[in-house]
Design a protein around this ligand. Sequence first.
Ligand code: NAD
Length: 242
Amino acid sequence: MRLRNKVALITGAAKGIGFATAKRFAEEGAKVMLADLNEAAVMDAVGQLKHAEPYVLDVTDRASIQRAVDDIIAKHHRIDILINNAGITQDARLVKMTEVQFDAVIDVNLKGVFNCTQLVVPHMLEAKKGAIVNASSVVGIYGNFGQTNYSATKFGVIGFTKTWAREFGQKGIRVNAVCPGFIATEMVKAMPENILQSIEQRSWMARLGTPEEMANVYLFLASDEASYVNGVTIEASGGISL
Ligand code: NAD
């Protein structure tokens, strides 16, 4: 068991990569706190796992995060692992992108990571240990057509990761990021079929990744096996950028 008795808070955990990560962490002995905006989906997700608890929260709403953190601390006395996974897309070319689309993606993907980390980290500082893993993307390394807002947030998440790795490394808290390529979840299935096919052709592995493959990367970075890994971004994309 690689996460025996660790308390892990995972945002956006009702579906996709977040749910696969919660499932994998539970298999490795963690107590998993599944946090999501979608109440029905998070209740359903928790019902499929052992040692899992649901938290309905919005990463853009600090009061809802604070309530969840307070409840977890009251019940479990610590948060060992924070997975900042919640994210959305609202794609459009720059000339067509509305300010509403721009702000919505910045609020969830960038400010949401700031909000959750700022509210969880005091408890990790008190415990003098912790592991934080942030969801970036290959788009946060290379940019992407039609994703001005999304790619800015994913570049920003790498900036957070490297900054917090410096701020908290000496305090026993490691901060790292995962940069998935194109993974078969609802977020990617929403893309047009012809674009998906061209992505599969461009990937050196000729297929999309799976949420379970991403969960294994989160598992490594969250576990004590990565005890000297701090401030890195692991690209898990089947080599799409080669
Ligand atoms: P998904 O759409 O399948 O699931 C995202 C979950 O986040 C949903 O359950 C949703 O309800 C929740 N969520 C959305 N807004 C929220 C909010 N404000 N507060 C709380 N929860 C919220 O997404 P996914 O494909 O599993 O992606 C997960 C993360 O990985 C995202 O940050 C995404 O940007 C990143 N990522 C995904 C891919 C991919 O190909 N799927 C690639 C690179 C990076």
